[in-house]
Design a binder for this molecule. Structure first.
Ligand SMILES: NC(=O)c1ccc[n+]([C@@H]2O[C@H](COP(=O)([O-])OP(=O)(O)OC[C@H]3O[C@@H](n4cnc5c(N)ncnc54)[C@H](OP(=O)(O)O)[C@@H]3O)[C@@H](O)[C@H]2O)c1
Length: 308
């Protein structure tokens, strides 16, 4: 079968041939129609336990052998993966997709949607509060701006480095204010969009940007980190944390039944509130371009058309 094949540690996936999956107990064989790509797939491709050659993992949507149209998580049985004509996935990670949900929405609302919604809910936004999404131009950021408002936020501000991508958030009407980071004084730039300061920060990058954001919060603020692209190690002063709460939230470790319920809630929210995310699609043979775009920071959700 055709697949995006990774030959070894640090080697980019290439379009080529790979053996068909072999049946396994309690697993579902899936003909893949659309696969998703995220930063976690780039990191996951080179984890220590990975054996090569393997198919690029990724979540996706396809047809199970019994004809069901299903979403599957990025948990294909190794060495197979979502970026191939066929994959095999543990049954608990295979969820029926409602007829009115397109492949792109099913994929975007799964790992990314859950990664945005769960931490925002954990921050218990009160009506009218100021919310900052740090790293707002990526997939989680775009979702989080819209979800924060649905959860009751007053002013919703997006911050990241790329001014063009930030302007697009304003254009789409999903951010009330934007802040271009990387200035001489990021704290002042963040504060200028926040009145008395932020009540909630969803931090998708950590590192120095998060330290600056902390200084732009007010008493009672909740800062929730879910990504560490700008560095996992931080140096903060206890004074900056006074009367504030900082947590780090992971979502992938939850049991599959919990993640499925969250995904179904997100599909309902997407339908009800017309949630949108910018999107880039590549055909399977162009996996190299998709991979490069993901590594460069695409400011969009990347999907791959596999078959169909
Ligand atoms: N914990 C969980 O359960 C969970 C679940 C899913 C995802 N995640 C993580 O959440 C993070 C966000 O995911 P994503 O798919 O949205 O990633 P993404 O597409 O890489 O987006 C992150 C955004 O952050 C901005 N950024 C990067 N470095 C920055 C810096 N130094 N200062 C300010 N902004 C910066 C980039 O925008 P600019 O180019 O505009 O700067 C980028 O668009 C990732 O780390 C991902 O692994 C966590």
């Amino acid at each position: 079968m055709k697949a995006a094949v990774i030959a070894g540690q640090g080697v980019a996936p290439v379009y080529g041939d790979f053996p068909e999956p072999e049946p396994a107990k309690d697993c579902v064989m899936i003909d893949v129609e659309t696969a998703g790509l995220g930063g976690w797939d780039v990191l996951g491709a080179y984890r220590l336990a990975v054996q090569y050659p393997c198919v690029l993992r990724g979540e996706g949507v396809g047809r199970a052998e019994d004809g069901r149209r299903v979403y599957f998580g990025e948990r294909s049985v190794a060495p197979w993966g979502g970026w191939a004509e066929r994959t095999i996935v543990p049954a608990a990670e295979v969820w029926d997709v409602p007829d009115d949900v397109d492949d792109r929405t099913a994929i975007t609302m799964a790992i990314a949607g859950t990664g945005a919604l769960v931490p925002l809910e954990s921050a218990a936004i009160k009506p009218g509060e100021n919310v900052l999404i740090l790293g707002a131009t990526g997939t989680l950021g775009q979702l989080a701006l819209q979800l924060a408002r649905i959860l009751g936020a007053g002013r919703v501000v997006g911050a990241s480095r790329n001014a063009t991508a930030l302007a697009r958030l304003r254009e789409r009407g999903i951010a009330d204010g934007v802040v271009t980071m990387g200035t001489e004084d990021d704290v002042a730039a963040l504060k200028s969009e926040a009145g008395d300061g932020y009540d909630v920060v969803l931090d998708l990058v950590c590192g120095a940007p998060m330290v600056a954001a902390l200084k732009a919060t007010r008493w009672g603020a909740r800062i929730v980190t879910v990504g560490t692209g700008a560095g996992a190690a931080i140096n903060i002063s206890a004074g900056d944390l006074l009367f504030r709460t900082m947590t780090v939230v992971g979502t992938g470790q939850r049991p599959p039944a919990d993640r499925e319920q969250i995904w179904r809630r997100l599909l309902d929210m997407a339908r009800e509130h017309a949630i949108t995310v910018d999107h880039l699609e590549y055909d399977l043979p162009r996996i190299g371009d998709a991979w490069d775009a993901q590594k460069a920071g695409p400011h969009a959700k990347i999907t791959g058309r596999i078959t169909g």
